[in-house]
Unconditional design. Structure first.
Length: 271
C-alpha cells in the first residue's frame, strides 16, 4: 500500500500514534495535516485516508478527496427495545432544556456539548451557545457495569476493547476477556438483524446494563451507541485490526461503494 497515506488531524492522540505505527508497518505513509486546514493538492499525490475529529474534517475533506462514513443520527433511536433496553428519542435542545427530570442527553454525532446525565434541562448549554433547534438524543438514565468498543467491518467484529467499568475508564482487550463470548454473541445478533442500517466500517459500543429503567433487576446486554471509526479511541483493541476499519471508514472517494453512499458525510464533490 505504498501509494496510500494516513492523514492525521493535527491534535495528538494516542490512538493516532497507534494507528500511524500500524500504517507504517504495512507500507503506508503518514502525514500530520497542518493546523490551518490547508491540504490542497495532497489528494493527487497518494490515495488518502483520514483519522481525526469531525470539525477539522470539514476543512480538509474535499482537498483529501476522502469519503467519511458515519451512522445516521437517528440510528440508536431506530433500534428495537430488545437491543437498547431503554427509551431513546431524537429531540432538540429546546425540548431538552424544558425537561424537569434526570436524563442522559448527548449530541447525535458531533461533540458540540458534553454527553452526560443532566438532572434538569436548565443545566444544558444556553441558547447563546447552542440554538433551540440543535439536534439531541435523550435517553433514560441507566447504569452500565461494563462497556466495550467494537471495530466492525462488513458486519464482523474485527477487534475490540473493554473501555469502562461502572463509568470509570478501564481498558482491556476483548480477546480473552471473561465476557468475550457474550459480547460477540450480542454483536452477532445485532449485526445480523440491523447491520444493513450501519456503514460497512463503523465502531459499535455495547455494554452490560445493570439498572434497567422500570425497576428491573436482571442485567442485560444493550447498545450504548454507534460512532464513526475515523474518530474513535481504540483503547486496548488491536491497532492493526482497528486500522482496517478506519481505512474503509475514511478512504478515497473513488472507492466509495453504492452500499456506503447513504452513510457518507460531506460528500460535496463526489460524482
Amino acid at each position: 500500500m505504498g501509494t496510500h497515506r494516513l492523514a492525521l488531524a493535527p491534535q495528538y492522540s494516542t490512538t493516532g500514534e497507534l494507528l500511524s505505527a500500524a500504517a507504517v508497518r504495512r507500507g503506508m505513509s503518514v502525514t500530520v495535516l497542518p493546523s490551518d486546514g490547508r491540504a490542497a493538492g495532497m489528494a493527487g499525490r497518494a490515495s488518502s485516508h483520514y483519522f481525526g475529529g469531525p470539525l477539522f474534517a470539514k476543512q480538509i475533506v474535499d482537498d483529501l478527496d476522502v469519503a467519511l462514513l458515519e451512522p445516521a443520527d437517528d440510528w440508536l433511536t431506530s433500534l428495537p427495545h430488545a437491543f437498547t433496553q431503554r427509551a431513546v428519542v431524537s429531540s432538540t435542545m429546546g425540548e431538552a432544556r424544558r425537561a424537569n427530570r434526570p436524563a442522559f442527553v448527548k449530541p447525535p454525532s458531533d461533540k458540540s456539548f458534553p454527553a452526560a446525565v443532566y438532572t434538569v434541562g436548565s443545566e444544558l448549554p444556553g441558547a447563546t451557545d447552542l440554538p433551540a433547534c440543535t439536534p439531541v438524543q435523550i435517553s433514560d438514565v441507566v447504569t452500565w457495569a461494563k462497556e466495550f468498543r467494537l471495530f466492525v467491518l462488513d458486519g464482523e467484529c474485527r477487534t475490540g476493547s473493554q473501555y469502562a467499568v461502572f463509568g470509570h475508564l478501564e481498558s482491556a482487550p476483548l480477546r480473552g476477556h471473561p465476557d468475550e463470548a457474550a459480547v460477540q454473541e450480542f454483536a452477532r445478533r445485532l449485526l445480523t438483524e440491523h447491520g444493513h442500517t450501519l456503514p460497512s466500517a463503523v465502531v459499535l459500543d455495547v455494554g452490560l446494563m445493570v439498572s434497567p429503567p422500570g425497576g428491573g433487576t436482571e442485567a442485560a446486554w444493550a447498545v450504548v451507541e454507534a460512532n464513526m471509526a475515523w474518530f474513535a479511541n481504540c483503547y486496548a483493541a488491536d491497532p492493526d485490526r482497528a486500522l482496517d476499519v478506519v481505512l474503509r471508514a475514511a478512504g478515497p472517494r473513488p472507492g466509495l461503494t453504492h452500499r456506503d453512499r447513504p452513510f457518507c458525510r460531506h460528500l460535496t464533490n463526489a460524482a
